[in-house]
Design a protein around this ligand. Structure first.
Ligand SMILES: NC(=O)C1=CN([C@@H]2O[C@H](COP(=O)(O)OP(=O)(O)OC[C@H]3O[C@@H](n4cnc5c(N)ncnc54)[C@H](OP(=O)(O)O)[C@@H]3O)[C@@H](O)[C@H]2O)C=CC1
Ligand SMILES: CC(C)(CO)C(=O)C(=O)O
Length: 334
């Protein structure tokens, strides 16, 4: 299988290292800047609590036009970089390939196959993904795996290993099964879901709280847990998301306790020991002065709440703060 990782940062670097180390596919990575140079020179190093591995991908490039068509493209770009990649993704996926969007938040293809099928302007402003790539080539992937690029070419993995993938229409298609098999053969706990929309809502319970509040306060997750007022704010956001998801036809009420528990355990999933110093990806971006994934993780949730006429006062408060912070990061001269 020809597999490409588009945007081999924290999550993409983790995947590239695991697949490359298991040698289960011919792996190419698209990266850029000093990180790309370091991978091309020294390979990708993945540091995990169990030890380090270093992997040399078949090709490392910042010029995707150098790549032939791929069977599978993992898109691990931040959401706001996806739209510009639409023409390249179209070419890379060719007539037979597909693109798995491993990202947090509501994805651009969300309304594919529904009676209100349309592109989402907050996520795909000009409809490039919708019109050029086309949602029929897209699969979703919910990532439970905490990673950070700690130096050019070096990814640190802190914990969690669950990757839930699904077709927008819920079918367990051959291409979905092939992706699950590839991941499992590579030591990555991939699974196929018949209801990726509900899985995405469940993960949003974590990101709309942890990512937003950590980015705004600059505290790691265990820092939030020390402050009852911040925990109360996060719990309110969790309740609001459960209401919006329910109004949109997805019942995630059973996830409430686990999401609240995760907050209080420093971000550890499912009974794992508490984690110290976990910096959600949005905090990593705020600290590095990079733009934030505000719209996928909070803005589009508010848009869906408005569509369903669900009041969300906590989200309405957090969103302008995040948009303001994002504006200051994008326009560094402010
Ligand atoms: N990190 C984590 O632990 C988790 C992240 N996620 C989600 O996964 C997705 C990916 O996040 P994450 O891995 O943290 O993000 P990163 O920023 O670490 O990785 C994205 C990479 O893509 C690169 N990139 C952007 N545009 C291009 C381009 N045109 N050509 C080549 N490379 C490009 C970036 O380079 P540059 O830095 O120069 O912009 C960066 O290295 C997000 O949606 C995130 O919310 C989900 C679960 C956990
Ligand atoms: C759940 C969490 C916080 C794990 O790192 C995440 O998804 C992120 O960092 O974006």
């Amino acid at each position: 299988m020809k597999v490409c990782i588009f945007g081999a940062g924290a999550v993409g670097g983790y995947l590239a290292a695991r697949i490359g180390h298991a040698n289960t596919a011919q792996i190419s990575v698209i990266a850029r800047g000093a990180h790309k140079d370091a991978i091309a020179r020294n390979g990708i190093r993945l540091d995990t609590p169990e030890g380090s591995i270093t992997v040399h991908p078949s090709l490392v490039t910042d010029r995707p036009e150098e790549l032939p068509e791929q069977d599978l493209v993992f898109v691990t770009l931040k959401v706001m970089s996806q739209s510009a990649a639409a023409p390249v993704l179209r070419r890379l996926t060719g007539d037979r390939g597909c693109a798995i969007f491993a990202a947090n938040g509501i994805p651009w293809w969300w309304k594919h196959g529904t009676e209100h099928a349309a592109h989402l302007p907050l996520l795909d402003p000009d409809g490039a993904l919708w019109n050029i790539l086309d949602p029929s080539r897209a699969l979703g992937c919910v990532v439970y795996s905490a990673n950070e690029v700690i130096a050019p070419g070096v990814v640190r993995h802190l914990g969690n290993n669950r990757w839930v993938m699904g077709e927008p229409d819920g079918s367990i298609s051959p291409r979905l099964q092939a992706a699950v098999q590839l991941m499992q053969a590579s030591g990555v706990n991939g699974e196929a879901s018949p209801d990726i929309h509900t899985e995405i809502w469940a993960k949003l319970l974590r990101n709309a709280t942890l990512n937003s509040l950590c980015a705004l306060t600059r505290l790691p997750v265990d820092g939030l847990a020390e402050d009852p007022a911040l925990l109360a704010q996060a719990d309110t956001v969790i309740d609001e998301i459960i209401s919006v998801a329910s109004a949109q036809g997805c019942d995630i009420t059973a996830q409430r306790a686990a999401a609240r528990e995760q907050l209080r355990r420093g971000g550890a999933e499912g009974g794992a020991p508490p984690v110290k110093g976990l910096r959600p990806s949005m905090l990593q971006d705020a600290l590095a002065g990079r733009p934030l994934e505000v719209e996928a993780i909070v803005g589009q949730v508010q848009a869906l709440a408005q569509e369903s006429r669900i009041p969300c006062p906590a989200i309405d408060t957090i969103l302008p703060l995040l948009r303001g912070l994002n504006r200051s990061l994008i326009n560094k001269s402010l």
